[in-house]
Design a binder for this molecule. Structure first.
Ligand code: TYD
Ligand code: MG
Length: 444
């Protein structure tokens, strides 16, 4: 039997020590160290069949991928699921993780058995939802269970083609003393699950709950164990949902799959641009930004509202955009374009619930603010992108051609882009700009 030892793991940041301490030296939190059993010599042993070979001698895996049944999700994953791939789906409660996975499970039964392990809902609750979604496959096996050891037994016995674990925080291993959902439990269970799925070649979806405050055992500690991390975004009370690929060992990151939540579950939205700009009203403060982090560009509407401040400290609020980046843009607007917002409340919203993190959105956000402040509309048929430097210079960004192509496809006639990209598009007026002032002069 493997030798066992004990270590103490911080539930807040994952730091561990061989001694118990009242305060974690890494994150400074009190009373967060919890005992965890470690089996010595297990984790770091290299399997005997692994050889050391030169990079040219390794053969690529055959790369056979299976479909999730949703073609936008397959594309976002880089072509489907790879045998043994462990995919973490993170998102706030109620956003639609269980719904999506139940639909994927149902569609996956075309390959064989699917084992859906749920520690969150009872079998009859899931079955009820399944009926609502029109799911009736005999090959979809529901297993309401929270003991990891029992799940392993059933997995060995059933040998399914796909495994779904909803959610990882509810599973616990009897080998550890800490409670279900603690960092040690979540990490241990995910690690062993990943090991098992790799060994058997079974792809696996794992749900990770996160709360607005950031859960005790947030999926952050799991990111390096799993192959792929999908982030569910969107507003719970709205019907659109965006699944973003945050990490992927088998494809590129930044890819998105857009869904619509309806009475029969999630439906894929194949033309997200049409969807995101569909409800646009061209008014001051509205700008179209061609967004892309992965290979598929999406046209998004950036909205800004600038109003006289209600309180002595003006408010800066954003949805889908970094609020610190907004402060920076306001400073640049003041210094380089004489647009003063010190006495104004500024609100920025990316319509559709998608979060934009790429700096290419800078120019669009700045123009939306300038447009609202001046109460002038940006021409309706125009798209804008470019990164802003601190002295107001417009910098080049990636995927310029993809962004312009998408804009043209949706009938946009003008594009304000960084001059350094040197791009031209047939039937489109491309306005190259080198700084913020030029962009404002061209459009407002
Ligand atoms: P759920 O999938 O349980 O979310 P999570 O697993 O992320 O906590 O819930 C999704 C929400 O979607 C729930 O509030 C009810 C709603 N919903 C629909 O609008 N249509 C449907 O067909 C289903 C099944 C759920
Ligand atoms: Mg759920």
């Amino acid at each position: 039997m493997a030798k066992q030892s004990v270590r103490y793991v911080c539930q807040s940041c994952g730091y561990y020590s061989v001694k118990w301490m009242g305060r974690c030296p890494s994150c400074g939190e009190w009373n967060t160290l919890v005992e965890e059993l470690v089996e010595k010599g297990k984790v770091f042993k290299i399997p005997s069949q692994v050889k050391v070979l030169s990079i040219n001698s390794w053969e690529e895996d055959s790369g056979e991928r299976t479909s999730t049944g949703f073609c936008n999700l397959d594309l976002a994953l880089g072509g489907g699921l790879v045998p043994g791939q462990v995919v973490l789906i993170a998102g706030e409660p109620g956003i639609g993780k269980s719904t999506l996975l139940l639909q994927v499970s149902d569609r996956y039964t075309r390959y064989g058995k699917v084992l859906y392990v749920s520690g969150e809902e009872s079998g009859s609750q899931i079955a009820l939802r399944g009926r609502r979604l029109g799911i009736s496959s005999d090959r979809l096996l529901l297993y309401p269970e929270t003991s990891f050891e029992n799940v392993v037994d059933v997995l060995q016995q059933e040998e399914p083609n796909l495994l779904v674990v909803d959610s990882i925080q509810t599973l616990y291993s009897e080998r550890l003393e800490s409670s279900a959902g603690s960092v040690s439990q979540v990490r241990e269970v995910t690690f062993r699950l990943a090991e098992l799925c790799k060994e058997k070649g079974i792809p696996c979806f794992v749900v990770g709950q996160i709360t607005k405050e950031g859960a005790i055992a947030g999926p952050k500690v799991l990111e390096h164990i799993v192959d792929t991390v999908l982030q569910f975004e969107g507003e719970r009370f709205n019907f659109y949902r965006v699944v973003k690929v945050v990490k992927n060992r088998f494809g590129s990151t930044g890819e998105v799959a857009v869904f619509k939540m309806g009475d029969h579950g999630l439906e894929e939205v194949l033309e997200p641009s049409a969807f995101f700009i569909g409800e646009r009203v061209n008014s001051p403060g509205s700008v179209i930004f061609p967004h892309t982090e992965g290979s598929k560009p999406i046209l998004l509407e950036v909205q800004a509202l600038v109003l006289p401040a209600l309180y002595t400290t003006p408010q800066r609020k954003t949805q889908g955009f970094d609020v610190n980046r907004l402060s920076l843009l306001l400073a640049i607007l003041e210094k380089e374009a004489n647009i003063f917002t010190r006495d104004s409340d500024v609100f920025v919203n990316v319509a559709g619930g998608l979060s934009v993190r790429e700096p290419a959105a800078d120019l669009a956000v700045a123009l939306a603010i300038a447009s609202s402040k001046k109460d002038k509309t940006v021409p309706e048929d125009t798209v804008i992108f470019g990164e802003l430097g601190l002295s107001g210079e417009v910098r080049a960004v990636h995927f310029g051609d993809l962004r312009l192509k998408e804009a043209k496809k949706f009938g946009f006639k003008k594009a304000v882009i960084p001059a350094s990209l040197h791009m031209e598009v047939e039937d489109m007026e491309v306005i190259p700009v080198t700084n913020l002032r030029e962009a404002i002069e061209a459009l407002l």
